[in-house]
Design a protein around this ligand. Structure first.
Ligand code: GDP
Ligand code: MG
Length: 162
């Protein structure tokens, strides 16, 4: 079963997308020691293709109190075990230093990385999203995890490479 991991800093909307995409939650089988923040596993399918989805970072809601090393650790784990990585950023806030940090890790990866610009709820946000080309990861997918727009186009591309 292919694995797709969602990574990114807190509050960009990872869990909202995860919850929208999964049919059922899987038991947490994370046995990697030294992982300070938990991860959630779910089963999903799109266009008849089944895959496991990982939501990284059980961060405290509304708290930005997280160490960069913890996000880096989640990204490294995702790079190791996932077949595709969804790197989520947030059009509402734009590029932050933590985004740049994660992008630096992901630019070195040979596995498919999908840059996902979330919270594109309206046309103004669509304009704002252009700045994410500056992360040096190429094309991005603008979505709204909240209302679901753009998620179909993203998943079409993701399952193509699984
Ligand atoms: P995580 O920390 O990356 O898992 O982010 P969450 O999924 O917990 O979402 C953080 C906040 O952003 C919550 O208040 C969500 O309701 C909100 N949010 C998530 N997706 C969207 C979106 O597409 N548009 C807007 N406007 N808010 C969103
Ligand atoms: Mg979350």
């Amino acid at each position: 079963m292919s694995i797709v991991a969602i990574v990114g800093r807190p509050n960009v909307g990872k869990s909202t997308l995860f919850n929208r995409m999964i049919q059922r939650r899987e038991a947490i089988t994370d046995s990697v020691s030294g992982v300070t923040r938990d991860r959630h596993y779910g089963r999903s399918d799109w266009n008849g293709k089944e895959f496991s989805l990982i939501d990284t970072g059980g961060y405290v809601v509304g708290s930005d109190d997280i160490f960069e090393e913890e996000i880096d650790q989640q990204v490294e784990l995702a790079i190791d075990e996932a077949d595709a990585i969804l790197f989520m950023v947030n059009a509402e806030e734009g590029i932050t230093p933590m985004d740049e940090d994660v992008a630096t890790l992901l630019r070195k990866v040979t596995k498919p990385v999908f840059l996902v610009v979330n919270k594109v709820d309206n046309n103004q946000r669509e304009q704002d999203a252009y700045e994410f080309y500056n992360l040096g990861l190429g094309e991005y997918y603008s979505i709204s995890s909240m209302n679901g727009s753009g998620t179909g186009d993203l998943l079409d591309e993701v399952v193509k490479i699984l």
